[in-house]
Design a protein around this ligand. Structure first.
Ligand code: BGC
Length: 777
C-alpha cells in the first residue's frame, strides 16, 4: 500500500517537473508516469486503502473472480448460484449479461446486499459494434483510418454503456501472419506499426475523454501475448517466439494500447516458449508491469487459469490458481479456481497476502476510475434510444465503404467493369451471401441482429428496382443442389452483368475456434463461380470473408473482385454505393493475400534469407535459392495493396537529409524534446490522374542493413490517407523520428545503429522508387 502511495506521489512530482526538466527523464520513465496517471488518483487510492482495511480475505478474493452469467462464450463452469455469491461479495465482475434491466438487478445485489457495497464490473465482447454492427475488425483496419476506428468504437461504447456494460474485451491487437487462423478476422492484420495506431484509436474510442463518463467503457487489449502466432494457424496452439521477435513485432500494439491508457488487459490461452501466457511472469510482470508500468487489471482469458492443467504446468486446480496469480493474472475469468483456492493459498503461505491486496487494488482502481462507486446503475429508460441512432448507422455505412478492398478491375469492351454504369439494369445477383443478413454481420456480433442488417439484395432492389435484379442463390455456403446452380446460370445468361456474393460462413469459419486448413471457397461455390464465368458475362465477385481466401482461378478469370469482408449492418447500401461508384474504394490490405495455403505464414515484413531469389530473374531458372518449386514466393496481393476507381501517380520524391547519426538518434530516443529535432522529412507529390475524386493511402517503408539483428525487407513507418479531386496533386510528407530507425537489437535494447537505409514512399509494400540514406555512428 505504502509503496503504491509513494509511487503515486512520485509520479505527480515527475509530471510537475516535466516542463522544467524535459531532457532529464528517460522516455521509459515518462511513459510509465503517463500510463499510471491515466486511471489512478490520490483520492481513489485513499478510498481503496480504506476498503482494503475492511475487507475479509474472502471478500478480497471475490473481487478477483469473474463469471459469465449469460450466453456462454466458452465451456461452462457448472455454477449458477451467482445471486448468492454476489450477496456474499464473492464475485467482482460478470460478463455476457447484455440488458440494462438484468445488469441493474445484479448490481442491486452487489451494492445493496453485499457487506461493503462494492459494485460489479460488467463486461462483454463488444468487438466491432454493440447493436450497430460495423465491419469486422480486419475490414475496419483495411480502411487504414484511425479516426474512423475511433469513431466506430465510440459508437460501440455509447451503445454498450447504455445497456450497463462498462468493459469490452477489445481490441484484439494480436499480430496475425497466418490466414488459417480464424481469429485473424478480429484484429488489424500483420503489421505492428499500423496495429499500434489502430490499437490506440480503439482505446480512445472506447474509453472516451474520461473513463468515468457514463458512456465510456474500459478497453481490454488482448490476447497477451503471441496468440496470433499459433503454430500451423490452429487456434489455441502453442507458440514459439524469440524475445527479439516478441519485442519488435508482437508487443508494440499492446504497448501502444497500454500507453494510450487501456485500463485492463487479457492474458492469452496459448503457451509462449513453453510457458502459458496466463502464467507467464516474464511477459506479465517484467514487461507489462515492470517496463510499461501498467496499473490496471490483468484478466485471464476464458478458463485460461484452469487450462494450465491441460497445458501441463499444473496438476491440480490449486497449483493452477497459484501459478496464474503469482505470474500476474489478477482476475480469473470463469475457471472458478481463484474462488476455490486463493484464500487457502494465502492462509498456507503459498501466496503472499500483499500480492492479493495489490490485485484487489487494481480491480478497485478500475471500478473507481469508471465512476462505478458513485453511479453503479444504468438508466434503463435511455437504453433503447441509444441503439442504432441514424448517425451511428450512417457511420456504419461509411465504415463499410472504407473497408472494401478493390482487388481487381479489368476492362471489358474497353472500359473497367467497375463502377457499373448508373443506368445499369437487368443484373443477375448470385451467391449465398447476397441475401444473408446474419452472416454479413461477421463473428462476435454482440447484440447485432439480422433484422437490422440490409443485405446486398435488398439494397440493390432498392436502387434499381426488384424487377431488375435476377436473384438466384446458386449454392449454399456449404452444399447446394444442381438445380439451384442451373437456375443461377440461367439468371446470369438472361442478364447484362452478374454480381456474385460468395464466401465464408462467419460463425462457423471465422473467429474463435474456426481455423481452416483450406482457404478456398467452401462447399460448391467454386463450381458455381466457374459455371457462371462460363456464361462470359461481365462479372463482379464480392468476397465475404474473415480472412483472405486463396482463389487463384477467380483472380485469373473474373474481371472485377472486391474483398468485402463482413461489412456489418450497412453491408448492402455500402456495397451498392461502391458498385455504382457513389463511393470510391479506398481500402488497402492489412494482410498479405496468399496464392496458396502452403505459403502461410505469409507477411511482408519478413527477413531476407541468405539466399533470396534474384530480382527479375525467372525463379525457375534458379536453384539453391529460398523458394518453393511449385509456387511463387510473392503473395497474390501484397500488404498495403488496393485499387481505386481513380489512379494515382507518385512524383518528386524528396528527402531532407541523407545522413543521420546513431548517437544523436539514441540521445533523441531518451527525451521527447530532442526526438522532435532528430528526424527526417520525406515527401512525394501524389496526383489523382483519374476523373473522379478518390482517396489514396500513401505508405512509407524503411529497410535497414548492416545491423546487429537482421531487419525486415520492409517495415511500415508511416501512412496517410489523402483525398484528391480529379487531377489534383498534393505533397504528402512524413516526418520520421528516431523510433522509425530504432529496433530491438542483439542486447534486447531499443536503439539505433549505424546502417544503410532504403526508404520508399509507395502505394503498397511491393512498389516504389527507393531512396537511400545512411545512419553513421
Ligand atoms: C476469447 C476471448 C473473449 C472471451 C470472453 C474467449 O474464449 O478467447 O477473446 O474475450 O472468450 O468471451
Amino acid at each position: 500500500m505504502k509503496l503504491v502511495r509513494r509511487a503515486t506521489v512520485g509520479i505527480l512530482i515527475l509530471l510537475l517537473c516535466l516542463p522544467v526538466l524535459p531532457t532529464a527523464l528517460s522516455d521509459a520513465a515518462l511513459q510509465r508516469a503517463a500510463v499510471t496517471a491515466k486511471f489512478t488518483s490520490a483520492s481513489s487510492e485513499k478510498k481503496i486503502d480504506e476498503l482494503l482495511r475492511k475487507m475479509t480475505l474472502e471478500e478480497k478474493v471475490g473481487q478477483l473472480v469473474q463469471y459469465s452469467a449469460g450466453q456462454p462464450t466458452g465451456p461452462g463452469t457448472g455454477r449458477t448460484d451467482y445471486n448468492d455469491m454476489i450477496g456474499k461479495g464473492e464475485i467482482g465482475a460478470l460478463f455476457n449479461v447484455t440488458a440494462a434491466r438484468e445488469i441493474n438487478a445484479y448490481q442491486h445485489l452487489a451494492v445493496e446486499r453485499s457487506r461493503l457495497h462494492i459494485p460489479l464490473l460488467f463486461g462483454l465482447d463488444v468487438i466491432h459494434g454493440f447493436r450497430t454492427e460495423f465491419p469486422v475488425p480486419l475490414g475496419l483496419a483495411s480502411s487504414w483510418d484511425p479516426d474512423l476506428v475511433e469513431k466506430a468504437s465510440r459508437v460501440a461504447a455509447q451503445e454498450a454503456s447504455a445497456s450497463g456494460i462498462r468493459w469490452t474485451f477489445s481490441p484484439m491487437v494480436d499480430i496475425a501472419r497466418d490466414a488459417r487462423w480464424g481469429r485473424i478476422t478480429e484484429g488489424a492484420g500483420e503489421d505492428p506499426f499500423l496495429g499500434s495506431k489502430l490499437a490506440r484509436a480503439y482505446v480512445r474510442g472506447y474509453q472516451g475523454k474520461r473513463l468515468d463518463a457514463p458512456d465510456s467503457i474500459a478497453a481490454c487489449p488482448k490476447h497477451y501475448v503471441g496468440y496470433g502466432a499459433a503454430e500451423g494457424g490452429r487456434d489455441y496452439n502453442s507458440v514459439e517466439i524469440s524475445e527479439h521477435t516478441l519485442r519488435q513485432y508482437y508487443l508494440p500494439p499492446f504497448h501502444a494500447a497500454i500507453d494510450e491508457g487501456a485500463a485492463t488487459l487479457m492474458s492469452a490461452f496459448n503457451s509462449l516458449n513453453g510457458v502459458p501466457s496466463s502464467a507467464n511472469p516474464f511477459t506479465l510482470k517484467q514487461i507489462l508491469r515492470g517496463e510499461w508500468g501498467f496499473q490496471g487489471i490483468v484478466d485471464s482469458d476464458y478458463t485460461a487459469v484452469a487450462e494450465l492443467m491441460p497445458h501441463g504446468i499444473a496438476n491440480d486446480g490449486a497449483t493452477a490458481a497459484r501459478r496464474a496469480f503469482l505470474a500476474g493474472v489478477d482476475m480469473d475469468m470463469v475457471s472458478s479456481l481463484y474462488h476455490d483456492h486463493l484464500a487457502k493459498l494465502v492462509r498456507s503461505g503459498e501466496v503472499p497476502q500483499p500480492a492479493v491486496d495489490e490485485a484487489v487494488r487494481r480491480v478497485l482502481r478500475v471500478k473507481f476510475a469508471l465512476g462505478l462507486f458513485e453511479h453503479p446503475y444504468v438508466d434503463e429508460t435511455k437504453e433503447a434510444g441509444a441503439m442504432l441512432r441514424p448517425e451511428s448507422v450512417a457511420l456504419a455505412r461509411t465504415a463499410a465503404e472504407e473497408s472494401f478492398v478493390l482487388l481487381k478491375n479489368d476492362s471489358m469492351s474497353g472500359k473497367p467493369v467497375l463502377p457499373l454504369s448508373s443506368d445499369a439494369k437487368n443484373l443477375a445477383l448470385i451467391g449465398p451471401l447476397a441475401d444473408d443478413p446474419g452472416n454479413i454481420l461477421g463473428s462476435w456480433g454482440a447484440l447485432g441482429r439480422p433484422q437490422d442488417a440490409v443485405t446486398l439484395r435488398a439494397a440493390l432492389a432498392e436502387r434499381i428496382g426488384a424487377q431488375s435484379v435476377h436473384y438466384a442463390k446458386g449454392a449454399e455456403i456449404i452444399g447446394g443442389s444442381d438445380d439451384e446452380m442451373a437456375e443461377a446460370v440461367r439468371s446470369a445468361e438472361q442478364s447484362d452483368a452478374v454480381i456474385m456474393a460468395l464466401g465464408e460462413n462467419a460463425g462457423l469459419m471465422t473467429g474463435e475456434a474456426s481455423s481452416r486448413a483450406f482457404l478456398g471457397l467452401p462447399g460448391r461455390q467454386q463450381e458455381l463461380l466457374e459455371k457462371v464465368v462460363a456464361t462470359r458475362k461481365p462479372i463482379v465477385l464480392l468476397i465475404f470473408s474473415g480472412r483472405p481466401l486463396t482463389l487463384p482461378w477467380a483472380f485469373e478469370h473474373v474481371p472485377a473482385v472486391i474483398a468485402a469482408w463482413f461489412p456489418g449492418v450497412q453491408a448492402g447500401p455500402a456495397l451498392v454505393r461502391t458498385l455504382f461508384g457513389d463511393a470510391n474504394p479506398s481500402g488497402r490490405l492489412v494482410v498479405s493475400w496468399p496464392r496458396s495455403v502452403g505459403q502461410e505464414p505469409l507477411y511482408y515484413n519478413a527477413l531476407s534469407t541468405g539466399r533470396p531469389p534474384g530480382d527479375g530473374v525467372d525463379p525457375n531458372e534458379q536453384k539453391y535459392v529460398s523458394r518453393y518449386i511449385d509456387e511463387q514466393n510473392s503473395p497474390q496481393f501484397p500488404f498495403g495493396y488496393g485499387l481505386s476507381y481513380s489512379s494515382f501517380s507518385y512524383g518528386n520524391p524528396s528527402i531532407d537529409k541523407t545522413q543521420l547519426s546513431a548517437k544523436n538518434l539514441n540521445e533523441a530516443l531518451q527525451t521527447k524534446v530532442l526526438a522532435q529535432k532528430e528526424s527526417l522529412n520525406v515527401s512525394a507529390d501524389i496526383t489523382n490522374k483519374g476523373n473522379r475524386a478518390g482517396t489514396e493511402t500513401v505508405q512509407c517503408y524503411l529497410r535497414l542493413r548492416g545491423t546487429s539483428v537482421a531487419q525486415p525487407v520492409r517495415a511500415l513507418s508511416g501512412f496517410q490517407r489523402v483525398t484528391l479531386a480529379p487531377r489534383e496533386t498534393k505533397k504528402v510528407s512524413f516526418r520520421l523520428g528516431p523510433e522509425a530507425f530504432a529496433f530491438w537489437n542483439d542486447q534486447q535494447k531499443f536503439a539505433a545503429e549505424p546502417a544503410k537505409v532504403t526508404l520508399w514512399i509507395s502505394a503498397d509494400s511491393s512498389q516504389g522508387t527507393p531512396a537511400m540514406l545512411e545512419i553513421t555512428k
